[in-house]
Design a protein around this ligand. Structure first.
Ligand SMILES: *Cc1c(COP(=O)(O)O)cnc(C)c1O
Length: 394
């Protein structure tokens, strides 16, 4: 049939995306700011601190060199891949082949968003943690895959319980997303947990994509592990890393995937058709950053650790029962009885001018919780506590 006029209709894959749950909170926040209210935003997962100046200097120097102005190699500069492999060996005692087992990304979100296009056919099943980073779901849908949610429950320390996964689902599964240290729950995984994940992947024949964006933000001397430290991990999966959170570089867009060479080759094929690599000056800045990773990660973690102590000790002094996260810059808090996540977040905003992220925005099992970020200065965190205290006395 001949079409008449222009019909601008979203594709089915866009129609499939869930409604944006924070629209109402965002609207209220904008209104309060417009009224001149001092809104404290504990909602964003984006570091408030600037990128260290030595990294900016490296960008500046590299940006001046015309050799860096041309299309970059899709698979990243060899120098960057070698630096990533060197960092990995130093940090995790894992040896990677920089040519085949390391793939730079335009931020880890880019790789997470594209990996289902490399591995998933329409109708294939992907196992996704709930609550979780929303991109695992949307990326699966964009590739035509189906999402099967795996509840992360407080009683299991927010680890996936492999024994409780529906049998039909686990048998059909092609891919499993994991993320530890976890956003939004801040949970950390042990060796035993990763061992069960790998055993399960082998038994049922699915691939594991581990999102390790927060391994370098950790407290009390704790060092989160890499999934690839486990025997057999490289046979079943890959791990995503990001420079965003470690070096306060969220706007720069640089991360990487590493692990199984075959999976990375497929991801690289997708990327070759969609992007033309990371701006080389940013790759040089990334090399500089990774070359000072230990020191920078330590400095950053010390700052978040103090903030975490202020926030968690403050909330607990008001009679809340909040556990101190060992890693990430998030605190995952139970909503007081009698309200939903959305209701409580709306109340904090209206009555205390505090923005938090309602847990249900991360999936149905986030209901009953909200997430607070440590991405603001101590004075602001203390002010947030004072406001919550006032709320209590009403
Ligand atoms: C921030 C974040 C990312 C994305 O990081 P980029 O490298 O900036 O794309 C990925 N996964 C999780 C869980 C995150 O919180």
């Amino acid at each position: 049939m001949k079409k008449t006029g222009i019909q601008i209709e979203p594709a089915d894959r866009l129609k499939k995306l869930p409604p944006y749950l924070f629209a109402e909170i965002d609207r209220m926040k904008r209104e309060l700011v417009a009224q001149g209210k001092d809104v404290i935003d504990l909602g964003v997962g984006d570091p408030d601190l600037p990128t260290p100046s030595f990294i900016i200097e490296a960008l500046y120097e590299a940006a001046k060199n015309p050799a860096n102005h041309r299309y970059a190699l899709d698979q990243g500069m060899p120098e960057l891949r070698r630096t990533i492999a060197a960092w990995y060996r130093e940090r995790f005692q894992v040896t990677l082949d920089p040519e085949r087992e390391v793939l730079p990304l335009i931020g880890s979100k880019e790789g997470i968003g594209h990996i289902p296009l490399a591995l998933i056919n329409p109708g294939d099943l992907v196992l996704v943690p709930d609550p979780g980073y929303p991109v695992y779901k949307s990326a699966t849908w964009f590739a035509g895959g189906e999402v099967h949610l795996l509840p992360l429950l407080e009683e299991n320390n927010y680890l996936v319980d492999f024994d409780s996964i529906d049998r039909a689902a686990i048998e059909r599964a092609k891919l499993l997303f994991l993320n530890y240290p976890n956003n939004p729950t801040a949970a950390c995984a042990s060796k035993d947990f990763f061992a069960s994940a790998i055993a399960c992947a082998r038994e049922y024949g699915f691939i594991i994509c581990h999102d390790a964006a927060y391994t370098e933000i950790a407290f009390d001397g704790f060092k989160p592990m890499s999934f690839l430290q486990m025997d057999g991990a490289r046979e079943v999966g890959i791990e995503f890393h990001s420079l965003s959170k470690t070096f306060n570089m969220t706007g720069w867009r640089i991360g990487f995937a590493c692990g199984n060479a075959k999976i990375l080759e497929l991801l690289s094929k997708v990327k070759a058709n969609l992007d033309s690599g990371i701006f080389q000056a940013i790759q040089w800045a990334g090399i500089e950053a990774l070359s000072h990773a230990e020191e920078e990660a330590r400095k950053n973690s010390q700052i978040y650790e103090r903030r975490r102590n202020f926030l968690v000790d403050g909330l607990n002094s008001l009679g809340w029962r909040v556990t101190k996260p060992k890693a990430t810059f998030y605190v995952w808090v139970s909503v007081p009885p009698g309200s939903t996540s959305q209701e409580f977040a709306a109340r904090l905003l209206k009555e205390a001018n505090l923005v938090v992220t309602p847990g249900n925005g991360f999936g149905p099992n986030g209901e009953g919780y909200f997430r607070m970020s440590l991405t603001l200065p101590e004075e602001r965190i203390q002010e947030a506590i004072r406001r919550i205290k006032k709320l209590h006395s009403h």
